[in-house]
Design a binder for this molecule. Structure first.
Ligand SMILES: [Zn+2]
Ligand SMILES: [Zn+2]
Length: 197
């Protein structure tokens, strides 16, 4: 009985941000004629997937799709500060529409950028709603939270996400430092033992 991709992901996927179909086939040791996801036999002109359900199961895991799922659930509301990022996006669009009709477009864009920057949003390229919020991993990928489905994601506005990321990096640095110290101690005790002989 071949291992199903969901089993493999449950066991090994926690440290991956995403996985390609090709890698997944390799990981699950699929032979020619086996479905990438379930390992079932392919028929007719099928070359990698036995059906829609297996393709969808794979596509659902992709970060791009996860953003859509998280957005449909949270509607762009930041879980930390409760800021409504969809509304910010909507207001920005409204302002830009007005600007296009009446005042100078460039002046409005500059004013909007300055305003968003003052509340911690550094929106550089355009005003798409992608730039107002991030789908944050609740359990970070480096701690096994990768490929875990929508339950492991929360909506964070850009400033809250930046703060959460800084905090995570501080914790990781502290952990590394603690490990380094432990290793130093081990090294020293060996050294002392040898010297004591
Ligand atoms: Zn299948
Ligand atoms: Zn926030």
């Amino acid at each position: 009985m071949p291992i199903s991709a969901s089993q493999w992901i449950a066991q090994h996927g926690g440290h991956l941000r995403s996985i390609s179909a090709r890698k997944l086939r390799q990981a699950c040791q699929r032979a020619d004629g086996e479905c990438t996801w379930c390992g079932g036999k392919l028929t007719g002109r099928q070359s990698a997937w036995c059906g829609r359900l297996c393709v969808d199961a794979f596509l659902q895991l992709q970060p791009r799709n996860m953003r859509d799922v998280v957005h449909a659930r949270d509607h762009g509301r930041c879980r930390q500060c409760k800021r409504d990022c969809d509304r910010m996006f909507y207001l920005a669009q409204r302002l830009l529409c007005l600007a296009a009709k009446n005042v100078s477009w460039a002046a409005t864009v500059t004013a909007l950028r300055a305003h968003w920057a003052s509340v911690g949003f550094h929106i550089s390229r355009d005003f798409s709603n992608e730039h107002y919020w991030e789908a944050n991993h609740i359990v970070p990928v480096c701690q096994g939270g990768g490929l875990r489905g929508p339950d492991n994601y929360e909506t964070l506005c850009v400033p809250c996400h930046a703060a959460a990321t800084r905090q995570l990096h501080r914790e990781l640095r502290a952990q590394r430092a603690a490990r380094g110290k432990q290793q130093n101690m081990k090294g020293k005790s060996r050294y002392v033992k040898r010297r004591g002989k």
